[in-house]
Design a protein around this ligand. Sequence first.
Ligand code: PRT
Ligand code: MG
Length: 223
Amino acid sequence: MGTISIALSKGRILGETLPLLARVGASPMQDAEGSRKLILATARRGLRLIVVRASDVPTYVANGAAELGIAGGDVLAEHGGAGLYQPVDLGIARCRMVVAARRGFDYASAVRQGARLRIATKYLNLAREHFAAKGVHVDLIKLYGSMELAPLLGLADAIVDLVSSGKTLRANKLAAVEEIRPVSARLIVNQAALKTRRAELQPLIEAFARAAQGRAGNSTARK
Ligand code: PRT
Ligand code: MG
């Protein structure tokens, strides 16, 4: 039995994953949030954590650099999910993906009038799909963060971003004008590894599914 790696990001994904790791007996052997290490041993023999950028998690897992990963539904949808199974909705890091605009910008009537909208986002694929499905013409502007600034500075008419408490939008005089999808984090698995190492991976996937169900009673295990 070789080593199994779980790729995940620091920040809220790691924070909300720690209780699940404890439930599957795979807590990190050292303070994961404080440590600068990018590879962390866990209490479960042969299982380690790999700390990467949130948007890089699907890439590590799809390419087999890590067998498992934990990634937000936003990141997975933007990546496209090729080469990945998504067997467990972990029900953590919940938020909503929305279109948001300055208070006072009449988004609905701009859409009705067929205006061409400038949309700032880090989710180019998701935004393109969303507006194409609605038949709205957009110019997409790729940003890597702080999307909320773009409408304030006249860089964009609206943004596509995540909202959880709504405080960031409010603090920047923005409002959600359209819901795109609810988002939560999922356990992902390299498809080839699941075939060749099923005996090792399947029990772990089931352990995560049970841990997630025990959490809030609102997770689903599929595949
Ligand atoms: O590495 P990088 O900086 O790109 O990512 P990160 O540090 O944000 O990664 P991490 O590990 O913290 O996890 C990000 C993942 O958490 C996302 O992919 C989502 O699936 C999930 N998530 C849940 C969120 C939020 N809620 C969220 N509110 N990710 C980001 N936000 C941001 C949002 O973009 C906005 O700027 O928080 C702000 C809004 O929060 P509220 O509470 O003010 O509404
Ligand atoms: Mg960050």
